[in-house]
Write a protein that binds this ligand. Structure first.
Ligand SMILES: Nc1ncnc2c1ncn2[C@@H]1O[C@H](COP(=O)(O)OP(=O)(O)O)[C@@H](O)[C@H]1O
Ligand SMILES: [Mg+2]
Length: 283
């Protein structure tokens, strides 16, 4: 199951009807249970790619299998709802999409749309709110009277209330402070580890990529230029052409190795680096 892209291209149309190819002949499998990060420069096609994953965009060429559904849809009567329920897409700056008068109502919107009763929708909404760490007391407040980080949680709860199998997140930590960003990532990691959600996450933050992603895709000019593990990414011959940074701990390790002659070993987090230093110092 999961998602399979088969030779997918997407062309945006400009005002003069000219076309611009944003992704080019992408063939890609996302399997159930994966935690995939997507990186790449601005304009490389990341958002366009992931917007196909819940049928927000339809391929100009090629086909996509999204669980039991196929894009392009057979005809106009085929409903998109079931795809949206399977794959929850959280936009960049999702807080701009809040609109209801209370937080609870905002989170209930999706489940109600999929035909649940008021009571059932409220149950799902309360569960989702709890999952993202929103207190019960806050649920009757207006979504416009809370902090940006909280607003983002409300938007994510709204997606989770539909109980998707896969969560697709477009730069979810962008604009958050370091603490907010860490908390957000801890949440996604918990959804992955404890609740078995498949995660597809676009980010520029290589510390996040190296800490959480089990598989990394790097896009460049509408194509996938790298698809593999962190262990392979940073030693890949392609790496310097991908315009990516290395994780901080990794760079620190390189520095220690170059200046003090420590034998180099790949480390991806501060904890890895600390463990390594303890090992070489025989502590
Ligand atoms: N609505 C749109 N209309 C026309 N071109 C677009 C539109 N959205 C994105 N593009 C173009 O498609 C390319 C890929 O964009 P995007 O998928 O947003 O990349 P990324 O998310 O990696 O920054 C870019 O060159 C961008 O300018
Ligand atoms: Mg983008």
């Amino acid at each position: 199951m999961g998602i399979q892209f088969n030779q997918v291209s997407y062309f945006y149309r400009g005002v003069k009807n000219e076309t611009y190819e944003a992704i080019n002949q992408i063939t890609l499998n996302i399997n159930d249970g994966e935690f995939v990060a997507i990186c790449g420069q601005t304009g490389s096609g990341k958002t366009t790619l992931v917007q196909h994953m819940n049928a927000l965009l339809k391929p100009t060429k090629g086909t996509i299998q999204i669980y039991e559904h196929t894009l392009p849809l057979k005809d106009k009567k085929t409903k998109i709802g079931p795809i949206r329920k399977k794959v929850g897409l959280v936009f960049q700056f999702p807080e701009y999409q809040l609109f209801e008068e209370t937080i609870l109502k905002d989170i209930m919107f999706g489940p109600l749309n999929f035909g649940l009763s008021l009571k059932e929708a409220e149950e799902k909404a309360r569960e989702a709110a709890k999952l993202v760490g929103l207190d019960d007391e806050i649920l009757q407040k207006s979504p416009f009277r809370i902090s940006g980080g909280q607003m983002r949680r409300v938007a994510i709860a709204g997606i989770l209330a539909m109980e998707p199998e896969m969560l697709v997140l477009d730069e979810p930590t962008r604009g958050l402070d370091p603490k907010g960003s860490d908390e957000m990532m801890a949440l996604f990691n918990e959804l992955h580890e404890k609740h078995g959600k498949t995660i597809v996450l676009i980010t520029h933050d290589m510390d996040i990529v190296a800490r959480y992603a089990k598989r990394i895709l790097v896009m460049d000019k509408g194509k996938i230029k790298f698809d593999g593990t962190r262990e392979l990414l940073f030693i890949s011959d392609e790496f310097e052409h991908l315009h990516l940074a290395k994780p901080q701990a990794y760079r620190m390790m390189e520095y220690l190795s170059n200046t003090l002659g420590y034998p180099f070993k790949q480390v991806f987090t501060e904890e890895d680096l600390l463990a390594y230093l303890k090992e070489v110092r025989h502590e």
